[in-house]
Write a protein that binds this ligand. Structure first.
Ligand code: 2NE
Length: 270
């Protein structure tokens, strides 16, 4: 049973159940396109999922069966980005991409219907994608006067290869779930009616495994692509483990007790 986390959100639904947090983009009238407010709320919910020690896996999905997300809301695209009520043009979905990427827990995209444009990049950035058989994938940037040359280009190429990434971006075609599976864009395809159950099944399987092992594996796989930022993420997790060790604690204790640290008591492993 999902428990609603009512934080006054207007554009998303955020709920939790048994170690799983679920973020649902709730703008089906525009195929779950995001505006700055939507992204702001997703940043808030994903930050909560990151900080909640009871949460081990996060699911991202769209409301309804027609779309996961259709990217930036073109109706509010202003001169320098997507414009919110404050009148400021933003591309804050890039902050969301980084939050999902560096969140030290697996994030699953559960895709029914369209994952298009910036919505396609959002599923790409998730650790795993479970697709319904009605899912359709693609980029539209060059057709609508936009592009995502960050993760949307370079990470996509890591997944599908350089030739295919160029095809996806240069031609702006749509691909069905079977083609996406063949490209390695998604992990599995299931009948639409089974999407929710299958997504939760994958989440539960991961919840049964060591959270620290998953955390390090995610950081290590990111580090392979993310340069110094990836190393920072991996090293941050290593520092966490070190702080938890007696050797790490000895350094802090010695400082607070105004004595030299005694690191000789700790074994050197080969
Ligand atoms: C998603 C897609 C393929 C769905 O097609 P269909 O035929 O199922 O639905 P339809 O009729 O096109 O859409 C239903 C309603 O949703 C609105 C439509 O305008 C329509 O509204 P009404 O006519 O009923 O009033 N709608 C759909 N997507 C919207 C959007 N993104 N913004 C605002 N309204 C939207 C088809 O709708 C489609 O191709 N949508 C546009 C996809 C797109 O180009 N997205 C932007 C890409 S750029 C981007 O996301 C981006 C970036 O490149 C870089 C950084 C950040 C973001």
């Amino acid at each position: 049973t999902w428990t609603l986390c009512d934080n006054g959100y207007t554009d998303i639904v955020y709920d939790k159940a048994e170690g799983i947090a679920r973020v649902t983009i709730n703008r089906p009238e525009v195929r779950n396109a995001f505006r700055p407010q939507t992204v702001q709320e997703m940043l808030h919910a994903f930050s909560d999922a990151r900080d909640d020690g009871d949460i081990g896996v996060v699911i991202l999905r769209g409301a309804g069966d027609l779309a996961f997300c259709s990217g930036g809301d073109q109706r509010v695209r202003g001169e320098g980005g997507y414009v919110g009520d404050d009148g400021v043009p933003r591309l804050n979905v890039l902050d969301l991409q980084r939050l999902i990427r560096t969140l030290p827990k697996p994030v699953i995209a559960s895709v029914a219907g369209y994952a298009i444009g910036g919505g396609h990049v959002l599923h790409l950035i998730c650790d795993l994608t479970i697709a319904a058989d009605n899912a359709r994938f693609g980029q539209t940037g060059p057709r609508v006067g936009s592009f995502d040359g960050g993760y949307g280009a370079s990470y996509m190429a890591r997944i599908v290869g350089q030739k295919k990434a160029r095809e996806i971006w240069f031609l702006c075609r749509q691909y069905d779930a079977k083609q996406a599976l063949e490209m390695g864009l998604v992990n599995t395809v299931v009948p639409l009616a089974e999407l929710e159950a299958e997504t939760v099944k994958w989440a539960r399987e991961m919840l049964a495994n060591s959270p620290t092992a998953l955390r390090f594996l995610k950081a290590a796989l990111n580090a392979d692509c993310d340069g110094q930022a990836g190393l920072q993420e991996l090293a941050g997790s290593a520092t966490l483990l070190f702080y938890l060790s007696e050797e790490g604690k000895e350094g802090k204790r010695a400082f607070l007790e105004k004595r030299p640290p005694d690191f000789k008591q700790f074994k050197r492993f080969p």
